[in-house]
Design a protein around this ligand. Structure first.
Ligand SMILES: C[S@@+](CC[C@H](N)C(=O)[O-])C[C@H]1O[C@@H](n2cnc3c(N)ncnc32)[C@H](O)[C@@H]1O
Length: 180
C-alpha cells in the first residue's frame, strides 16, 4: 500500500477536476454518484462520452438537468448511488461529492451507511477509478471521511489524498483518489 498526500493552492473542486482530467478521455463512461446542482456532471459531460448521474433528491436532478440542458450524453437516475454496480455493468470511473445539496435540504445528506454499502460494492467490482470529495466539517461527513481512510487502509490499495492549503485543517475537505 502507498499513500501520497498532496497540499495544493486551489479550491477543492478545481483540484478534483484537474485530477479527473488526468484520468478520462473522450470515450470514457463516468458515473457522478451525487449530481447535486450539476457542476461536476456538466464538467464531465463536456469531456467524456457518457455520464450517469445519480441523486436521491428530485430537486437536485432538476437543477442538474437545467445546468446541463445543452448536453445529450447524460443519463439521470433518481435513486441512491448504492445501485451503481448493478445498474451500470461497465464504467471507467466514479466520482462522489459527499454531503448535502448546497442551498438545499441539509437533512438529505450522504450517510455513512450508504457510503459504506456503495464503496464495498464498487470494491468488489474492481473497475475504473474512484474519486471522492469528503467534508469533515459536519458530523456525518467526519464519519464518512474516517471510514474511507480506514477502508482504504484495510484494502491495501494505493491511494492519494489531496487537500488545499487555505482551509482550516479540521474542517478542510479532502479528495481521496484510487484506481483498480
Ligand atoms: C455536495 S452535493 C453534490 C454536489 C454536486 N456534485 C455538484 O457539482 O453540484 C451531494 C448530493 O448528494 C446527494 N445524495 C445524498 N445521498 C445520496 C445517495 N445515497 N445517492 C445519491 N445521491 C445522494 C444529495 O441529495 C446532494 O444533492
Amino acid at each position: 500500500m502507498h499513500i501520497k498526500v498532496t497540499y495544493m493552492n486551489k479550491r477543492i473542486n478545481e483540484l478534483a477536476h484537474d485530477l479527473i482530467l488526468e484520468h478520462i478521455h473522450s470515450d470514457s463512461i463516468i458515473v457522478d454518484a451525487t449530481t447535486g446542482n450539476g457542476h461536476d456532471t456538466l464538467f464531465l459531460a463536456k469531456h467524456v462520452k457518457h455520464v450517469y448521474a445519480y441523486d436521491v433528491l428530485q430537486t437536485a436532478i432538476d437543477h442538474s438537468k437545467l445546468l446541463t440542458k445543452d448536453y445529450q450524453n447524460i443519463t439521470y437516475l433518481h435513486k441512491s448511488h448504492e445501485f451503481i454496480t448493478t445498474d451500470i455493468p461497465t464504467y471507467d470511473g466514479i466520482i462522489f461529492n459527499l454531503g448535502y445539496l448546497p442551498g438545499g435540504d441539509k437533512k438529505v445528506s450522504t450517510t455513512l451507511e450508504t457510503t459504506i454499502k456503495t464503496l464495498k460494492s464498487i470494491h468488489q467490482k474492481h473497475q475504473g477509478f474512484v474519486l471522492i470529495v469528503a467534508y469533515p466539517g459536519h458530523d456525518e461527513g467526519l464519519k464518512e471521511l474516517c471510514f474511507i481512510q480506514t477502508f482504504l487502509d484495510q484494502t491495501k490499495l494505493s491511494y492519494r489524498i489531496i487537500k488545499n492549503n487555505f482551509e482550516s485543517k479540521k474542517q478542510a475537505p479532502q479528495i481521496f483518489f484510487w484506481k483498480y
